[in-house]
Design a protein around this ligand. Structure first.
Ligand SMILES: *Cc1c(COP(=O)(O)O)cnc(C)c1O
Length: 399
């Protein structure tokens, strides 16, 4: 997805801005010999500090740092009290981790169509609601928010919990508010491709103190340290339950904290880059992905062609000019994954083959995403414009 061979620039985000701050932060933790978040010979409380800072970024009172984005999604649903066997509606176009998290939380994924935002179609969402539906997981795909207002409206009408998969969208806003704080809980990933990264890591965001309490306990073996140490951690009076270990390390938190101040400027820069490219090609009949809130996006350049064939040709043409471009998930909805299609979980077959979601298949297959990198120069932006103008005309035959 990133760092493709022979391209004129790299498409890394946080990694492109990597510097001395990360080194200093990591070195401090290494020298403290206190890499575990809850105690150590010279604990620096990096994970606590990161949680506080990230809560501010997401505009919520509570954050729990965890080991991955998948862990964050799982913990968020468990924090919200998902009953075993409950259905969670997931968009047909997402990373398989969204589905894995539902399975790990003992839920059943149900797949819904996307629209030309490449995220959940609020109009078709309602068709997938049954009496077994417990929640819905909008995915803020590729640095742009799902259309949350109509999604929240459907969810409210049916009493559904809303878990935002914001793994790809740290720093993204929707109508003036950060993603992760719009639903009942949000989940972020800090894997290498994401907006801030320590290789791995994740975070759950929520405004609900009880959800926070349950998530804090779940990721710490049911509250091994969260309930015994720290006046502000896990002090709620919900009954105890058995959890798992999804704890973040101090090293991870220190590296992420070094990046957090760069997140907003990076998103602003990449949003400007996307805007410049759109403006410089405004005379061409390009059909761009519809962004429910372009102003709040973290920079995305995805367009639709007339066919899969055209999309493939455009990717090849742009790549030949040194411009990173690809079709997301190789043009395959998550339901094309064999295990997902066949409902196979670690404990057996749990759901029937989902119906083919043809709108999602068609939209995704006809889409092309031009990669943007946080270290792109103005010359790189010009090169994107030049290549896109030429390739789009060549491939579509209209100018
Ligand atoms: C990356 C990602 C995840 C999973 O995050 P990990 O940290 O890799 O576990 C979940 N959902 C989406 C949409 C993602 O892009």
């Amino acid at each position: 997805m990133t760092g493709e061979q022979g391209m004129r620039y790299e498409t890394w985000r946080a990694l492109a801005l990597w510097g001395e701050e990360e080194e200093a932060a990591a070195l401090e933790v290494i020298r403290s010999r206190s890499l575990f978040r809850y105690y150590g010979p010279d604990l620096r409380h990096r994970t606590d500090l990161f949680e506080t800072a990230f809560a501010e970024t997401a505009g919520v009172p509570h954050t729990v740092a965890v080991s991955s984005g998948t862990a964050a999604l799982t913990a968020a649903m468990i924090g919200l009290g998902i009953p075993a066997g409950a259905e969670v509606i997931v968009p047909a176009v997402t990373f398989v981790g969204s589905v894995g998290a539902v399975v790990a939380a003992r839920g059943i994924p149900v797949f819904a169509e996307i629209d030309d935002t490449l995220t959940l179609d609020p109009a078709l969402l309602e068709e997938r609601v049954t009496e077994r539906t417990w929640g819905v997981m909008p995915v803020h795909l590729g640095n742009a928010a799902a259309d949350m207002d109509p999604i929240l409206e459907v969810a409210r009408r049916h009493g559904l919990r809303v878990i935002e998969d914001a793994a790809q969208a740290a720093g993204v806003h929707y109508r003036g508010r950060p993603v992760g704080g719009l639903g009942d809980a949000g989940a972020f990933s800090f894997q290498l491709d994401k907006n801030i990264t320590a290789g791995e890591g994740g975070a759950v965001t929520t405004a609900d103190a009880d959800v926070y309490d349950r998530v804090a306990r779940y990721q710490d073996q049911g509250g091994q340290f969260t309930t015994s140490k720290g006046a502000t951690r896990g002090t709620g009076d919900s009954p105890p339950f058995v959890g798992v270990n999804q704890r973040m390390t101090e090293l991870t938190a220190a590296v992420l904290s070094a990046q957090l101040p760069r997140l907003a400027p990076m998103c602003r820069r990449l949003r400007d880059v996307a805007r410049q490219v759109r403006a410089a090609t405004a005379d061409l009949p390009i059909r761009w992905r519809r962004l429910p809130d372009e102003e709040g996006s973290g920079g995305d350049l995805t367009l639709f062609l007339d066919s899969r064939l055209q999309a493939r040709a455009l990717v090849a043409d742009l790549n030949a000019a040194g411009i990173p471009a690809h079709t997301l998930y190789q043009g395959q909805p998550v339901t094309a994954n064999r295990a997902v299609r066949e409902g196979r979980t670690p404990w057996g077959v749990e759901w029937e083959r989902p119906p083919r979601l043809r709108t999602s298949e068609a939209l995704l297959g006809r889409s092309v995403t031009i990669g943007l990198g946080a270290a792109m120069t103005d010359e790189d932006v010009d090169a994107v414009v030049t290549a896109l103008r030429k390739s789009h005309q060549d491939v579509t035959g209209n100018g």
